[in-house]
Design a protein around this ligand. Structure first.
Ligand SMILES: [Zn+2]
Length: 372
């Protein structure tokens, strides 16, 4: 097992939940401390408060991965006789770093919204409100026939040619490449001043925009030529979409009241608030962790019968009623599903890498509401 520092762990995490998935206003990333230290235990929590920091100290964890950013608004000073200042002071005194993954973790495939959709047993889930759309590129590269197999393998390993459930997709055609090396060149094939003709393959692969520089680097490193010929094309017929909320269907239709009871159990909350006629049949369900009142129209547009989301305010509830969109509000704290979700994902990702680090699920309940 390999000893690792915070950077290596967070790099792995951000391959799943990159910062570019976050909304513009969202201060995701490292909030307190540093990532250059060795980390053996990471604690996962929805919120960071003093009890969570105490828990990290007790359990020997020196990295906290939280969903809600502990420093949400810019601070003008750190006064250690205020709760927030005391929290920061305690983290620094105990060499505990805090990293926040907020809306990027909501958007990430397998993140908060997918975890909630899966708890609700939703099928055929899709993104409710796309927020990120990556361009797709096609790379066409020319190389001598006997090197084509190797180059295809290198491109696939860099992530090019992944389409849906298929990997290593490519197309190849053959032809003749021509070139004349001039003074100063150190050609792999041919000699200076003499026109060369080489039987080459043109390999075509598609790749998502964020992989462009990685694929290009791998291709250039593996290509036998000094000056490989290649083209990148932007494709406009296919893009990969990511976004907030999920919409999917229940295996069978049920009445709103029955569905609300089901949500209560599935998300393990003491109560839910409901908007809509109790006997309304529901089957298509939109779900968005956190505060969803801004997304009523998106939920309605998605064709959902009911929208499961937290922090519903009075006037938004009235708007939902007017647009005949039922609401089940289980509160904001249901995002606690991320604790187990992130711990399990990272435990496995680090095991595959041989990293000597373990992930602990925080046991501190950060729900501020009590119910009577
Ligand atoms: Zn939240």
């Amino acid at each position: 097992m390999k000893k690792v520092n915070g950077h290596e762990i967070i790099n792995l995490f951000e391959q799943w939940s990159p910062k570019r998935f976050a909304e513009d206003w969202d201060p995701v990333g490292l909030h307190i401390g540093q990532l250059n230290r060795q980390v053996e235990k990471v604690i996962i929590t929805l919120d960071v408060n003093e009890s969570v920091v105490n828990e990290a100290i007790d359990k020997g964890a020196n990295l906290i991965i939280a969903h809600h950013p502990p420093i949400f608004r810019p601070m003008k000073h750190i006064w250690t006789d205020t709760p927030q200042g005391r929290l920061i002071e305690k983290c620094i005194k105990h060499d505990i770093s805090v990293y926040a993954a907020h809306t990027n973790l909501d958007v990430a495939p397998g993140g908060v919204n997918d975890l909630l959709a899966s708890r609700l047993g939703l099928q055929n889930t899709e993104v409710m409100e796309p927020t990120i759309s990556d361009p797709l590129y096609k790379l066409a590269v020319f190389c001598p026939i006997e090197h084509a197999d190797n180059l295809r393998e290198v491109l696939a390993r860099a992530g090019a040619g992944a389409i849906g459930d298929y990997t290593g997709c490519s197309f190849t055609s053959t032809g003749i490449g021509r070139f004349t090396p001039t003074t100063g060149a150190d050609p792999f094939i041919g000699e200076v001043g003499k026109m060369e003709e080489v039987a080459e393959e043109r390999i075509e692969v598609v790749l998502p925009g964020p992989l462009r520089s990685k694929v290009l680097k791998s291709m250039l490193a593996a290509h036998p030529y000094e000056e490989p010929a290649y083209d990148f094309f932007v494709l406009d017929q296919r893009t990969e979409e990511f976004g907030l909320g999920r919409v999917g269907t229940l295996p069978a239709s049920m009445e709103l009241k029955e569905f609300a009871e089901f949500v209560k159990d599935a998300l393990d909350v003491p109560a839910v608030r409901i908007v809509g006629d109790f006997s309304k049949p529901v089957q298509k369900v939109a779900v968005l962790g956190g505060s969803g009142s801004k997304y009523l129209k998106a939920a309605k547009r998605s064709g959902a019968d009911v929208f499961v989301t937290g922090d519903m305010d009075f006037h938004s509830a009235q708007d939902a009623e007017l647009m005949d969109l039922a609401i089940v509000d289980p509160g904001h704290h249901v995002e606690k599903v991320m604790i187990e979700g992130v711990a399990q994902y990272m435990e496995q990702a680090c095991r595959e890498k041989g990293y000597a680090v373990s992930f602990i699920e925080s046991e501190i309940n950060t729900e501020p509401f009590r119910f009577v």
